[in-house]
Write a protein that binds this ligand. Structure first.
Ligand code: PMP
Ligand code: GLN
Length: 386
């Protein structure tokens, strides 16, 4: 038989799926793949339920139902002061994953260079490479994961088509600050490049920092594509509803890709997400505060056990160095070991690197009920005899 596509065939099954299967097999508490263990807001689910019964249940408009596109535009105005034309600047996608694929396939020409910050979310490199892009990786290092101007200047060239930026950043839990964003903006301007901004954790920014979309910086409105996800913002990761905001000229090629990838997203879920985005400030504030409390609880517990816990400024994730526990092995060994022996699952940080990764960090998802987090901490403490 003739070979399938070489780039995609070169990748294994994603680490999230692998670790979730292992967690099920061993009956362990799954703090690997990032998903909350509640059922999302009752009122949002209620709207979906009604819409499923009442219909329509046929293909909605390709760009998304008007209600949701209007809600995305209103959300952009309410939280970031962005003036968005819902008819020409908003596209609804089947999750942020599809949005990323539509953006990268829609914008990249074979041979274009794409600047990415490493560690990076696992679907970025395969999609960029399949689109014919040439990845230029800029690494950030713990503990503060700060962007280096020199490394960025090296990565940007006249062939740079776009920057793929994830802030808050999975897995580093880093929120790029205004200085770092301004540095990126200057480089994008100087090289006439775009930015695809994966902002799925926009409402998971802690300690009062507030999320700053790169799109809001001077000169960036028409250079940036902003991606959000209802999965993250409403703890409904299985719904796979995402939204893209971009200037019309940028959005058009992205929509062209979307129409051939999935064409549309379930209309009932779109209706419920439109309702969700219009929820009052108390919802969004409560969501952030609740997740921050979980971070504090779980981070303190890991530190007490003896992990060296890195700062977490945002996202669902906290990264911990397990060397102080005296474990003999790398991060993959460690994550397998705690899954099978302590019955707690985490994800090895090395999965987020193309090459030469650090091998002593585990990423834990803390988006779980407090009792579940306490149970996981108890299991780890007993296992490591702390
Ligand atoms: N980007 C990042 C950084 C993520 O962590 C995730 C994880 N879910 C996604 C994109 C995908 O989001 P969705 O589930 O909406 O496709
Ligand atoms: N974004 C989630 C994580 O980082 C996983 C999503 C997925 O499994 N594709 O854990």
């Amino acid at each position: 038989m003739k070979a399938a596509n070489a780039i995609l065939s070169s990748y294994g099954t994603t680490v999230f799926e692998v670790m979730s299967r292992l967690a099920i097999e061993h009956g362990s508490i799954n703090l690997g793949q990032g998903f909350p263990d509640d059922n999302g807001p009752d009122d949002v689910r209620g709207i979906a339920e009604q819409a499923l019964e009442a219909g329509p249940n046929q293909y909605p408009p390709m760009m998304g139902i008007p209600e949701l596109r209007q809600a995305v535009a209103a959300h952009n105005a309410r939280f970031y002061g962005l003036d968005v034309d819902w008819q020409r600047e908003v596209l609804v996608t089947s999750g942020a994953t599809e949005a990323l694929a539509a953006c990268l396939f829609g914008l990249i020409e074979p041979g274009d260079e794409v600047v990415l910050i490493e560690p990076l979310y696992d679907c970025y490199l395969p999609i960029v490479r399949r689109a014919g892009g040439v990845p230029k990786l800029v690494r950030v290092e713990p503990p503060d994961w700060r962007l280096s101007r020199a490394a960025l200047e090296d990565a940007f060239t006249e062939r740079t088509k776009l920057l793929l930026l994830n802030s808050p950043m999975n897995p580093a839990a880093k929120v790029f600050d205004r200085d770092e964003l301004a540095m990126l903006a200057a480089l994008l301007d100087a090289h006439d490049a775009y930015a695809v901004c994966d902002e799925v954790y926009e409402h998971l920014v802690f300690d009062g920092r507030g999320h700053v979309p790169l799109m809001t910086l001077p000169g960036m409105r028409d250079r940036c594509v902003r991606i959000g996800s209802a999965g993250k913002t409403f703890s409904l990761t299985g719904w796979k509803v995402g939204y893209v905001t971009a200037a019309p000229d940028l959005l058009q090629p992205i929509a062209k890709c979307h129409q051939f990838l999935v064409f549309t997203t379930p209309p009932n879920l779109q209706k419920a997400v439109a309702f969700g985005l219009a929820k009052d400030d108390a919802y969004f504030e409560g969501f952030t505060a609740d997740m921050q409390a979980k971070r504090d609880r779980f981070g303190a517990g890991l530190a007490e056990i003896g992990f060296d816990v890195l700062d977490c400024q945002g996202t669902y994730f906290i990264t911990a160095d397990f060397r102080p526990l005296g474990f003999n092995g790398d991060d993959e060994d460690f994550c397998r070991h705690i899954t099978t022996e302590a019955k707690v699952t985490a994800v090895p940080m090395s999965a987020f690197y193309q090459a030469d990764p650090p091998r002593h960090f585990a990423r834990f998802a803390f988006c779980k009920q407090p009792a579940v987090l306490d149970d996981a901490l108890g299991r780890l403490a007993r296992h490591f005899d702390r």
